[in-house]
Ligand binder design. Sequence first.
Ligand code: DP6
Length: 358
Amino acid sequence: MAEKWVRMVTAQTPTNIAVIKYWGKRDETLILPVNDSISVTLDPSHLCTTTTVAVSPTFDQDRMWLNGKEISLSGGRFQSCLREIRARACDVEDKEKGIKIVKKDWDKLHVHMASYNNFPTAAGLASSAAGFACLVFALAKLMNAKEDNGELSAIARQGSGSACRSLFGGFVKWNMGKVEDGSDSRAVQVVDDKHWDDLVIIIAVVSSRQKETSSTTGMRETVETSLLLQHRAKEVVPKRIIKMEEAIKNRDFASFAQLTCADSNQFHAVCLDTSPPIFYMNDTSHRIISCIEKWNCCEGTPQVAYTFDAGPNAVLIAQNRKTAAQLLQKLLFFFPPNSDTDLNSYVIGDKSILKDAG
Ligand code: DP6
């Protein structure tokens, strides 16, 4: 009779929001980007993925559930992450439960994976970022892989590019890397979550519907058709990355906000420069931008930074709690809940931790 044990690990990983965007791949299979990017990892109590992975000799195939619904594992991305972690799996022994797995057993054992997002999936809130980071982290724990988070980030990247940045808290840089096998295309922490902990992040959820053009398809079309992307990747982003790292290290909010807003706007300009053009923002997003721009201009110095990913939802970063309260007041005044703008707000602190709840 087959042995009956089950070994389980649960992990929780927050999502991240890019302030210098990743948009465009130079290698689609390995997920290698055309430029470096920088993000802030959010507080896990608000937008995060919780993933439980289990292994048992009674499982006869690898299976995965997302928000309670079974999904197909046939896509190359899940297989890449599983293959990479299996290749690094080590011996596991749990005397209490009578479990002994030796390295070579991992090739024959199957895993079950269940993942939950506490926020809308694929609505431009970087759900794949938290999802693949969490999956890779949990699998690594399950299989006792000894790799550090930097090495794991290069595996999570093969699930979804932005996922590599969710392996760290605070501000994180994804180095695009140079080598062909992608081993140097990984995330590094710029500063930890305590460095700039008076920032407050508010996400204005303009729409929680799934986006029409996925990031993967959108960026493929941009790479194929946009000349502006080439200029952005070669001329603009390398300089911006240096300035952004400096602004973050010096807690220079004025420069940080200027760079964040400019980069979001250029990313959406690149989407418009794609053929056919991609529209991720809507009228409400544009009204939010105007509102923040006017406010920043009136004060003479930026109070709030805005950034939009591949969807209409606004990520607003306030310098401190006082400005965040003023921002919320403005949002509630100009975009009252239940109005035709369909806008709800969530307050997110920027502190974050990668929790191993295993
Ligand atoms: C606009 O990481 O979702 O959020 O690598 O194809 O899975 P794939 O794309 P994904 O793209 C994220 C794009 C972005 C910008 C960013 O997070 O840097």
